[in-house]
Design a protein around this ligand. Structure first.
Ligand SMILES: Cc1cc2nc3c(=O)[nH]c(=O)nc-3n(C[C@H](O)[C@H](O)[C@H](O)COP(=O)(O)OP(=O)(O)OC[C@H]3O[C@@H](n4cnc5c(N)ncnc54)[C@H](O)[C@@H]3O)c2cc1C
Length: 419
C-alpha cells in the first residue's frame, strides 16, 4: 500500500493502515514531513509554527493525537480589548466578529443546493444583502481571510457547505501546541519509521494488472495494490495517470484553486500591548484579510499576523521588505510604537509553495461543481484521494486532514488487498 504525501492526511492514513496490519510506504516530495504544517526557529532558538498551528477543544481527533503523542497545549492569550483598525467613529456600523458573524450565520442557514443561490458568488450574494457597508466589509474580510481567495471567485454554496462542517462554537484559536504542531507531525511520522521516504515527488501513477505503479521524479518505481494520493486537489491534478482518470474525476480535480496566505511571527521582549489593556488581537478594515493575534507563552512574547486572499497576492508583489514594514507600521498604530522594534520577525509566504501552492486550503471556484468533493472522495479504486479539503469535518484544518486520512484508509480497507 502506498501513500503519496506526508502531511497530516497522509500520515494519519498510513498510521490507520499500519494499525490494521497493512504494509505501507509513504512517498513525500519535500525533505520534511508536515506539508502545510511547518516550522521556523527564532534567533533565540524558540521554534514556531509557520503553517497550521491553532486547535480547539471541539476538534476531537487532533486534540487526542496531540495528547497521545505526549504534547501539551498552551492557551492563546485572549484577555483585553479586541481592536478594529482604523478605529470606528462613534455610531459607525461595526466591522467586527459580531457583525460579520451575523451575516455568516444567515448564509449558513441557506441550503447550499437552494436554487435561489445557484450561480451566485459570495460577492454577488453579499451585494443583495441590506446590511451596513461596514458589516458587509467585515464579512468579506472574514471570508477572504479564511478561504484565502477573492469573494468574486468563491461560490456561495461552497462557502456554506464548507463552513457547515466547521462545527466549533468557540474560538478555533483556543490553543497552540507547546513545541509546535510541526513537532506533532514529526512524532507521527517517527511512529512510521522507515516507511516514510522523503524527497520523492510522485509524477505518474500507472494502473494495470491488479497493481498500481507509482513513479517518482528520480525514476524510482513502486508497486502496490492500492494508493492514497494524500495531497491537495490542485497538486493531485498535476500527477499524470495512465490510463487517464475517468473524465468526471479529472474534471473534479480541476475545479480548485490554491488559497493565498502569508503568515508572519513577530517576537518582542515582552507583550507590551497588555500594558494598555489590549489583547493583541487586531482586524484591519482599510485592507481586508489582515489579522493579528497574541501567541505569547512561557517560551516567547510574540504576535502572529496573517494576510489572506487578494491582499496576500497584492503584498507579495511588493516584496518582503514592504510586507515587513507595512505589518510593523500597522501593529504600531494599533498596539503602540514599541511594535516597530521586534527582537525577531519571520515571514512565511505560502503563495509560492511548490508542493501546496498556497494555504490554508484549496478552494472550489467553479460555480457549478457541487459534486466535485463527492467524486474525488469516491476516487478511481485502486487510486484513492485524501486531503483536508475533502474531510467530513473541519475541512481546511489539521483536524480535517486527520479525519480525511482516516476516511481514505477506511475506503482502502473495504476495497480489498493493499500490498
Ligand atoms: C499559513 C497556514 C496557517 C494555517 N493555520 C491553521 C491553523 O491554525 N489550524 C489548523 O487546523 N489548520 C491550519 N492551516 C491548515 C492546515 O495546515 C492544513 O489544512 C493541513 O495541514 C492540510 O493537511 P493535508 O495533509 O491535507 O495537506 P498537506 O499538509 O498539504 O500535505 C500534503 C503533502 O503532500 C506532499 N506532496 C504534494 N504533492 C506531492 C507529490 N506529487 N508527490 C509527493 N508528495 C507530494 C506535500 O509536500 C505535503 O507534504 C493552516 C495552513 C497554512 C498554510
Amino acid at each position: 500500500m502506498i501513500v503519496v504525501g506526508a502531511g497530516f492526511a497522509g500520515l494519519s492514513a498510513a498510521n490507520a493502515l499500519v494499525s490494521a496490519g497493512r504494509e505501507v510506504l509513504v512517498l513525500e516530495a519535500r525533505g520534511r514531513v508536515g506539508g502545510r504544517v511547518a516550522s521556523g526557529v527564532f534567533a533565540d532558538g524558540v521554534r514556531f509554527d509557520t503553517g497550521g498551528q491553532f486547535i480547539c477543544d471541539e476538534m476531537p481527533e487532533v486534540m487526542a493525537l496531540v495528547r497521545r503523542l505526549g504534547f501539551s497545549v498552551l492557551d492563546t492569550p485572549m484577555e483585553g480589548a479586541f481592536q478594529i483598525q482604523p478605529a470606528l467613529a462613534s455610531g459607525e456600523a461595526g466591522h467586527g466578529f459580531a457583525e460579520s458573524g451575523r451575516i455568516r450565520a444567515r448564509a449558513n442557514r441557506i441550503n447550499p443546493h437552494d436554487p435561489s443561490i445557484a450561480g451566485l458568488t459570495v460577492e454577488a450574494w453579499l451585494a443583495l444583502q441590506t446590511d451596513a457597508p461596514g458589516a458587509k466589509a467585515g464579512y468579506q474580510a472574514m471570508v477572504e481571510g479564511l478561504w484565502c481567495r477573492s469573494i468574486s471567485e468563491i461560490p456561495l454554496w461552497y462557502v456554506i457547505d464548507n463552513d457547515r462542517r466547521t462545527t466549533s462554537n468557540g474560538s478555533e484559536l483556543q490553543y497552540s501546541v507547546d513545541g509546535t504542531m510541526h513537532a506533532v507531525a514529526e512524532a507521527l511520522a517517527a511512529s512510521l519509521g522507515s516507511r516514510v521516504r522523503l524527497g520523492m515527488p510522485v509524477t505518474r501513477i500507472v494502473r494495470g494488472n491488479g497493481f498500481v505503479t507509482i513513479l517518482a521524479d528520480n525514476g524510482e518505481a513502486f508497486r502496490a495494490r492500492q494508493v492514497i494520493v494524500a495531497v491537495p486537489p490542485v497538486m493531485a491534478s498535476r500527477i499524470i495517470h495512465e490510463p487517464a482518470l475517468p473524465s468526471d474525476l479529472a474534471g473534479a480535480l480541476a475545479v480548485w484553486k490554491s488559497g493565498t496566505v502569508i503568515k508572519a511571527f513577530v517576537e518582542y521582549e515582552r507583550p507590551f500591548w497588555r500594558d494598555d489593556g489590549k489583547s493583541g488581537m487586531v482586524m484591519w478594515r482599510d485592507v481586508l484579510g489582515l489579522f493579528a493575534c497574541d501567541v505569547s507563552n512561557h517560551r516567547a512574547s510574540a504576535l502572529v499576523v496573517f494576510a489572506g486572499g487578494p491582499l496576500a497576492v497584492h503584498w507579495s508583489g511588493k516584496g518582503e521588505d514592504f510586507i515587513r514594514s507595512e505589518m510593523l507600521r500597522r501593529l504600531a498604530t494599533a498596539l503602540g510604537s514599541a511594535a516597530v522594534t521586534p527582537t525577531d520577525f519571520r515571514m512565511r509566504n505560502w503563495i509560492d509553495d511548490t508542493w501546496s501552492g498556497g494555504g490554508y486550503s484549496d478552494v472550489i471556484t467553479d460555480l457549478c461543481a457541487y459534486d466535485a468533493e463527492t467524486i474525488i472522495r469516491a476516487g478511481a479504486p485502486p487510486v484513492h484521494f485524501a486531503s483536508s479539503e475533502l474531510s467530513s469535518s473541519f475541512p481546511a484544518y489539521v483536524e480535517g486532514a486527520i479525519v480525511a486520512g482516516r476516511e481514505a484508509a477506511a475506503r482502502v480497507l473495504s476495497n480489498g488487498p493493499t500490498d
